[in-house]
Write a protein that binds this ligand. Structure first.
Ligand SMILES: Nc1nc2c(ncn2[C@@H]2O[C@H](COP(=O)(O)OP(=O)(O)OP(=O)(O)O)[C@@H](O)[C@H]2O)c(=O)[nH]1
Length: 750
């Protein structure tokens, strides 16, 4: 099963997918908007251009109409003149009169190239006619024939090159009739193309606009293009097909658009037929001029569209960058999510979220491992309480109301029982997530495995209790000093010293010492050792509260140089000391009689010698051997012999002074050391022998015995100077007594 998303992080992390999903629609939307703007701009421009074109065509038609009126007015004036002449010439005039009449009329029409009359044969009359073309017949001219054949109408010629002036123009003519109505010729006026060209030049035009006057058969009469262009092919009837088609459909007026062949310029044309002459006024407005505002508008529109597209492009780029950034952010968020998921799942603690019924919503891998379950076995089905031991469940029940009330619990310790029966002690802390009404929606918990901690804690507890027992024992005193004052002590110390705790706390320890000097001496020694980093060991004889003394083995160590705390262990070694004394006593004394033995004799004798050497007084060393002791043993037994020895020893002691020493050095041999004897000390020795000779009562079992002793002695410094020598001399002397009959006393005699 795939890892579930980390509970609280999941909603945030899911946002990261949104920009990626939206990118394509966003780009498409950008594309649509771009197309829309382009389409709008295009459509606007097309509409606008069409409008400009329509306006151009309308303007062309309008201009054509205006100019046709202008030309028509010109022609009408000429026609009026022709009609006037028509009337006046009903009566034949002689040449001079005719010339005068024509001149008067011509003076009124300066635009005319010529105003003449042709007789019925076509011969021209009038001013300048004879010079210009005498004898020439105009009877072949179209206007002549028209005027002759159509009496009521103004005859209009096709454009022609004047035979007289050599200029292009056309002729208007009227029939002349005599009074009887017979044909008398024609009166005709010629207008030069140049006149119309000048007329047209006065019209305000754009540079490439054109104005043309064409005959009824569309031959070019006059043409004006403001900025010139190729020479006009006057008299030519080469026109565009569009014009011909338009004229076929609309002979009086119309519009069309065409690419002018002669100068290659695109124009909107309007034409208007001049009713009087049947000629056509054709005005061409160059698209370049007429569409100039549209072009400006087009540029403006295109500029705005371009700016809009740029802005859109920029926003698109920014959007893509933002997406990239967001994609990067999403990737980082995904990585962070993976990291957190990993942390969540593999954290060294258990995490879970529960629904309000206490069932798992989320659980991490660590906790799953603890429970020995798969995630799908738990989610929505079981809760952690299902894995608690009965004690844990009881604790959970007890804690749950508090959790509901406070919304959190901390460090509740329970035991989890995994599927395989493994017990694991965990510490649970949980917080509740509530809705606005305060109802619990879910809870989040963290569980720490404290199995080892608990074991350590139990071990520590056991150790602590062991330590308490140890510390609280009655035998080993433990006391802690800080700053030279007792800050803690155990009961053993109280028992040892006979003080209660409060009497010792805060004291410096002097109360256990007999005097301030010995205390000060100990403190100085201990301080020196501790400051040198050593433990301090010593055996001290201290004084109890009741005045009794006891021996303590003291072991002190500095706990912390910074705090100056030291711990002291006190062991009551009074009994040990006593035993030591006994052992030492035994080592130096005879076990049966309690008298010093030979080992101690050496010390005592040397001490006595030294003393005698110092004070110059006489030292007597005597060797005493019982007489007939063996028979006591033999007769009464060894035990009786022992009793005899004990009593003899006591008697000797009783005879001696405190400064004297009696040692048992053999079975029934004794050495007596008598320092500072007056004369030779024999008096004391005699008293000893007398004491020995008294009957010895051995009780009902053995009765009494009576013994004597032989004693030989030597004096220091008179007889010898060293201990060995004195002993040897005394021994030799005693043997002499023995051999001399026993039971006597004798001094070594040189
Ligand atoms: N009961 C007893 N007898 C001991 C002890 N030490 C030695 N003896 C005995 O003391 C006796 C000493 O021998 P001797 O000195 O020859 O005995 P004596 O009978 O006094 O002889 P003289 O010195 O020659 O008079 C021996 O029999 C030892 O066995 C002891 O501690 N207790």
């Amino acid at each position: 099963m795939a890892n579930q998303p980390v509970g609280g992080l999941a909603p945030t992390l899911r946002l990261s997918a949104m920009p990626r999903r939206l990118l394509l629609p966003l780009l498409l939307a950008h594309g649509v908007v771009v197309l829309l703007i382009a389409a709008l701009a295009f459509s606007s421009l097309v509409d606008s251009r069409r409008s400009y074109e329509q306006r151009a065509q309308a303007a062309a038609a309008s201009r054509a109409s205006e100019l046709s009126l202008l030309v028509s007015a010109e022609l009408r004036r000429v026609d009026l003149a022709l009609q006037t002449l028509q009337e006046r010439l009903r009566e034949p005039l002689d040449e001079p009169a005719l010339d005068a009449l024509l001149n008067r009329q011509r003076a009124l029409l300066p635009e005319l190239d010529s105003l003449r009359v042709a007789d019925a044969d076509g011969r021209v009359h009038g001013p300048g006619a004879s010079q210009a073309g005498a004898g020439v017949s105009n009877a072949d001219r179209d206007y002549f024939q028209q005027a002759r054949d159509l009496p009521a109408r103004l005859a209009v010629s096709e454009p022609k090159l004047s035979r007289i002036s050599g200029q292009w123009g056309f002729t208007l003519a009227r029939r002349l009739e005599r009074r009887d109505g017979s044909f008398a010729g024609v009166v005709f006026a010629t207008l030069q193309s140049a006149h119309f060209e000048r007329l047209f030049a006065a019209v305000r035009l754009e540079p490439q606009d054109s104005i043309a006057l064409r005959s009824a058969s569309v031959r070019l009469i006059a043409r004006h293009v403001r900025n010139g262009g190729p020479p006009a092919p006057l008299g030519d009837n080469q026109v565009s097909d569009e014009l011909r088609r338009s004229l076929a459909a609309q002979p009086d007026e119309g519009q069309y658009r065409v690419h002018t062949v002669s100068d290659g310029i695109d124009r909107f044309f309007g034409y208007r037929r001049i009713p009087l002459s049947g000629q056509y006024m054709v005005v061409g407005l160059a698209s370049e001029g007429y569409l100039a505002p549209w072009r400006e508008q087009a540029w403006l529109t295109l500029g705005l569209a371009a700016m809009a597209l740029l802005a859109l492009g920029a926003s698109g780029v920014a959007g893509v960058r933002a997406w990239r950034n967001e994609a990067g952010l999403a990737r980082r968020l995904d990585e962070a999510k993976a990291t957190y998921q990993d942390l969540y799942d593999n954290a060294p603690c258990g995490y879970h979220s529960l629904d309000p019924e206490g069932r798992y919503l989320f659980v991490n891998n660590t906790e799953l491992g603890w429970l020995g379950c798969r995630r799908e076995e738990l989610i929505g089905r079981l809760g952690p309480a299902d894995f608690f031991t009965p004690e844990g469940q009881a604790l959970f029940k007890a804690q749950f109301p508090r959790f509901l009330a406070e919304g959190e619990i901390h460090d509740v310790e329970v035991e989890l029982l995994s599927r395989d029966g493994t017990r694991r002690r965990v510490s649970i802390s949980a917080t509740a997530l509530r809705d606005e009404q305060g109802r619990i929606l879910s809870s989040r918990s963290v569980l720490f495995d404290i199995t080892e901690l608990n074991q350590a804690r139990q071990a520590l507890r056991a150790l602590s209790s062991e330590q308490s027992v140890m510390l609280d024992n009655e035998l080993v005193g433990i006391v802690k000093f800080k700053g030279g004052r007792v800050v803690w002590l155990n009961r053993a110390v109280q028992h040892m010293l006979g003080y209660d705790e409060q009497q010792i706390l805060g004291q410096d320890g002097q109360l256990a010492f007999a005097d301030a000097d010995s205390f000060g001496h100990q403190v100085a020694q201990a301080r020196a050792a501790l400051q040198a980093g050593h433990a301090y060991r010593s055996e001290l004889q201290v004084r109890r509260k009741d005045g009794a003394t006891l021996w303590l083995a003291v072991h002190g160590a500095l706990l912390s140089p910074q705090s100056g705390e030291s711990l002291w262990i006190l062991v009551d070694i009074s009994a040990l000391k006593q035993q030591q004394a006994q052992i030492e006593h035994l080592a130096g004394h005879d076990a049966l009689t309690g008298l010093p033995n030979r080992r101690l004799l050496d010390d005592r004798l040397r001490q006595a010698l030294a003393q005698s050497q110092r004070d110059g007084r006489t030292l007597a060393v005597a060797m005493l051997d019982l007489d007939g002791f063996k028979p006591v043993n033999d007769r009464l037994g060894h035990a009786a012999g022992d009793q005899v020895l004990v009593q003899i020893a006591r008697r000797i002691q009783q005879c001696l002074r405190a400064v004297d020493t009696v040692c048992r050095v053999g079975g029934d041999e004794f050495v007596l050391v008598l320092p500072g004897v007056a004369k030779d000390g024999e008096e004391i020795l005699q008293r000893v022998l007398a004491s020995i000779r008294q009957p010895i009562d051995l009780g009902a079992q053995w009765g009494s015995v009576q013994l004597s002793a032989s004693l030989g002695y030597a004096l220091y410094p008179q007889d010898g100077s060293g201990a060995t020598e004195l002993l040897r001399l005394a021994d030799q002397t005693m043997y002499r007594v023995k051999t001399g009959g026993r039971g006597g006393i004798r001094r070594h005699a040189g």
